[in-house]
Design a protein around this ligand. Structure first.
Ligand SMILES: Cc1cc2nc3c(=O)[nH]c(=O)nc-3n(C[C@H](O)[C@H](O)[C@H](O)COP(=O)(O)OP(=O)(O)OC[C@H]3O[C@@H](n4cnc5c(N)ncnc54)[C@H](O)[C@@H]3O)c2cc1C
Length: 390
């Protein structure tokens, strides 16, 4: 029997496995993930402020995959692609005939000094929890230290993750102020961005709505301000130093380091795939989710998102199944359903491409984000089908 190995149980990996089971693919399927749980990375900003607990956004992998799938909790160290072997941290080596590589994203430092030491990224449950603990401990410290930098929070980057983080932060701030008896007038929240745009994926009016919403709640934006260094208590640009004892690093992500370590031709650990999502040097290897780059009709790669990861996974599973059966693979096509950016649990901005093109802002977007998240959990776990396949 052919062996299919799936690396990573994020949106992409979990969906590939689910689809392969649904297709009744004639293969032995193995899923490898470094934790025994899946987490919804689209909600990490909520963990990082404490508006949600890890158990709210994660579930045990073996609870949601078919018993036909062999699950291995281990870390992938590298892939010996000529030998078709996956090397794991435990020393175990897995052989495969077909590979779905969906190892996901890591924080990108862009080589800026001090980022790895002092920036707090939001890339998984551990880092989001570390950011939350750092934030709360630092605010609590003010009572003893009297150091105003304990009340200063710098958020680096003004893209999607930064804005969603800021939305959660300003929502919870009144609670922190009363819990730690903080002087509200001394709290400073900086958002520092290299380019001149905030939330570049949205139209100008929606991005302005988000900025106004956050500014009214105390966020100060600094655009066209490339960061050149981070220290323990400051963010430095060429002309300005922002003093802050909490520094959130959400400037962007890259693919898993395993990509570069395994000798792929890559840029920021993303591999440009063929139109059927296979790698250009092995037709039986599919690269999907945040470790892949997929060219769009505009001639630029699609932005990496959970949404496209799931769409890719559906395609990749069908193409793996086709290869095993000796059939032609199909070209990947994608139409974005739109983007929803929350501003805390009760507000946000959205552009939706369903039954036309809709631009939304305000309180109706809060529940919309929740619906999208709940749907994703339900679809990934799909309890009914899961039980049926056991
Ligand atoms: C705060 C935030 C909000 C976001 N909001 C949205 C949104 O609203 N909509 C949207 O579409 N996208 C959103 N995104 C982007 C989205 O989360 C990613 O594009 C998506 O998670 C990519 O899915 P993936 O399966 O490729 O990777 P991941 O979700 O990163 O999953 C990778 C999996 O592989 C595991 N893994 C990693 N390395 C190893 C290893 N070496 N060995 C074994 N296992 C490993 C990880 O533990 C993880 O389980 C958001 C991202 C963030 C950070």
């Amino acid at each position: 029997m052919k062996k299919v190995v799936v690396l990573g149980a994020g949106y992409a990996g979990l969906r590939v496995v689910k689809e392969l089971v649904k297709l009744k693919t004639d293969a032995e399927i193995t899923l490898v993930n470094k934790n025994d749980y899946h987490y919804e990375s689209t909600q990490l900003h909520e963990i990082a402020v404490g508006n949600k607990k890890p158990s709210d956004i994660s579930f045990k992998i073996t609870d949601v995959i078919s018993k036909k799938v062999n699950f291995i909790k281990d870390e992938v160290v590298s892939i010996d692609r000529p030998k078709k072997e996956v090397h794991l941290k435990s020393g175990k080596v897995l052989n495969y005939d077909y590979l779905a590589n969906s190892l996901g994203f890591e924080s990108e430092s862009f080589g800026i000094k001090g980022v790895d030491e002092y920036g707090l990224p939001l890339i998984d449950i551990e880092t989001a929890l570390a950011a939350k603990e750092h934030l709360e401990n630092t605010l609590a410290d003010y009572a003893k230290s009297g150091d105003e930098n304990d009340l200063h929070i710098a958020v680096c980057g003004a893209g999607f993750t930064s804005i969603e983080y800021l939305g959660e932060l300003v929502y919870r701030l009144p609670e922190f102020i009363s819990k730690y008896n903080l002087p509200a007038d001394k709290i400073k929240i900086y958002c520092i961005e290299a380019v001149d745009k905030i939330l570049p994926m949205f139209t100008q009016d929606l991005s302005k709505y988000a900025v106004d919403y956050l500014e009214k709640r105390g966020v100060e934006f600094f655009v066209s301000t490339p960061i050149i260094e981070i220290t323990k208590n400051s963010v430095k640009s060429k002309d300005k130093t922002f003093n802050a004892n909490t520094i959130i690093w959400t400037t962007g992500v890259k693919g898993s380091h395993v990509i570069a370590d395994s000798g792929y031709s890559q840029r920021r650990n993303r591999v440009m795939v063929k139109d059927d999502l296979s790698s250009s040097d092995d037709p039986n290897e599919f690269i999907i989710g945040d470790v892949s780059a997929v060219m769009s009709a505009s001639g630029r790669p699609y932005p990496t998102t959970g949404q496209i990861s799931i769409a890719q996974a559906n395609f990749a599973a069908k193409n793996i199944d086709a290869r095993i059966k000796g059939q032609e693979t199909k070209k990947f096509t994608f139409k974005s359903l739109g983007t929803v950016c929350s501003l805390g649990p009760k507000n946000g901005v959205a552009e939706i491409n369903v039954l036309g093109h809709w631009k939304l802002k305000g309180r109706e977007v809060g529940p919309l984000k929740k619906i999208v998240n709940d749907r994703s959990v339900l679809e990934l776990s799909n309890f009914k089908e899961m039980l049926a396949s056991r």
